[in-house]
Design a protein around this ligand. Structure first.
Ligand code: 13P
Ligand code: SF4
Length: 371
């Protein structure tokens, strides 16, 4: 019997629910089959926090900076399936060729830190600040963990995006042009970075968007060099300086390596601080027999320990610090999004509106040019 060809317009997206009941090995085979068929028309990007069952399918892995570079450089693909969180997929959409569809396998994979600043609140802060300081001399810098419209705000106001791997270079760029910086949404990355550049804590007031004048006096705003938005990562704030002290006591000579989203007291107590890519590289290059306590997301640290059995690698916190939203990307969601793509009914396409994307691209390109 010859099967009838179904016109594309009559196809309906495959529902997700049945994928929950398919054995993982079968879904893994189906994912491999689509990767084989699509070859270089499909690019699966994976952030280092992804669980092993997902990251095994990533064509390329990286931290936020590397993944945005990879998206900007992609030449042959027609679709990028982003195994990461929403702001990363938005960034990929902004930086790729217009004909590329960027897909996030689960739309609920957000970032709680990115949700701590929104455009209305940042615009209100900018206008309030304008009553006391010259906003022409204030540089907006957004951490890449932010919505596209905040990147657009930075683009429109001469500002820039940064990641955990280039925050210092970006702040140097900002200070070469303007006297002050408004840094959002992560107060810790802003504080940890500016301190290494000699900015004192008294010059870094925190801006709480729920308080009048961000909770500051006009004098504190006038004395500021870096205004830190009151945002944080709920995963990284769980690491404490006591954890560092406990590891140092148990394992003399241990090296402590943390992500700059940790609080200042943890960063001060650590030996080394850097992005997820820096953390991976540092441990990979360390001598066999060395001992490490690592303060970042649990899946990354567990994988590091498995990949380097010749080194002792410990997770810095006694609590389970995992990124619940990164974890939403699993094999069923990956298989479901890929099979819909292959069937011609792509789901979960991330498309940033043109006007926002244009300004956000300006701020992202400034960042890519800085480093
Ligand atoms: P990296 O850019 O260092 O990978 O960090 C991303 C992130 O969300 C850390 O929480
Ligand atoms: Fe966001 Fe924190 Fe998860 Fe990173 S670890 S994606 S900052 S919630």
């Amino acid at each position: 019997m010859v099967s009838a060809i179904v016109p594309a317009s009559d196809l309906h997206p495959l529902p997700f629910a049945p994928y929950r009941d398919v054995p993982t090995v079968e879904l893994e085979e189906r994912i491999r089959a689509i990767k084989g068929e699509w070859s270089d028309r499909l690019l699966i990007l994976g952030h280092h926090y992804q669980q092993d069952e997902v990251i095994q399918f990533a064509d390329l892995r990286g931290d936020s900076y590397k993944l945005s570079q990879l998206a900007a450089q992609s030449q042959t693909c027609r679709a990028i399936v982003f195994c990461g969180v929403h702001f990363m997929a938005e960034t990929a959409d902004i930086l790729t060729r217009p004909e590329v569809d960027v897909i996030l396998p689960d739309m609920a994979a957000g970032c709680s830190m990115a949700d701590m600043a929104d455009l209305d609140a940042v615009e209100a802060a900018w206008s309030d600040l304008g009553e006391y300081i010259d906003t022409d001399d204030l540089m907006p810098v957004t951490y890449i963990n932010s919505t596209a419209d905040l990147k657009g705000f930075c683009g429109r106001h001469g500002g820039i995006v940064c990641t955990s791997s280039n925050a210092r270079a970006v702040l140097e760029w900002a200070f070469a042009q303007r006297r002050r910086v408004l840094f959002f949404p992560d107060q810790h990355l802003g504080r940890n970075t500016a301190r290494t550049m000699g900015v004192s804590l008294s010059q870094m007031p925190v801006w709480d968007p729920r308080e009048p004048l961000g909770g500051n006096s006009p004098d504190a705003l006038r004395a500021s060099r870096v205004l830190l938005w009151k945002g944080h990562c709920s995963v990284h704030q769980m690491f404490r300086p006591e954890h560092v002290a406990q590891f140092r006591q148990r394992f003399p000579g241990i090296q402590v390596l943390v992500h700059p989203e940790c609080t200042m007291s943890v960063v001060d107590a650590a030996d080394l601080v850097g992005s997820t890519e820096f953390i991976l590289k540092t441990v990979a290059e360390a001598p066999a027999g060395s001992t490490w306590a690592v303060g970042t997301e649990l899946h990354l640290v567990n994988r590091l320990a498995q990949e380097h059995p010749d080194k002792a690698i410990h997770f810095l916190s006694p609590m389970v610090c995992m990124c619940a939203t990164m974890y939403r990307i699993d094999v069923p969601h990956l298989a479901w999004s890929l099979e819909n793509l292959a069937q011609g009914t792509p789901v979960n396409i991330i498309k940033v509106p043109e006007d926002t994307a244009n300004w956000a691209r300006v701020a992202l390109k400034r960042m890519l040019e800085v480093k």
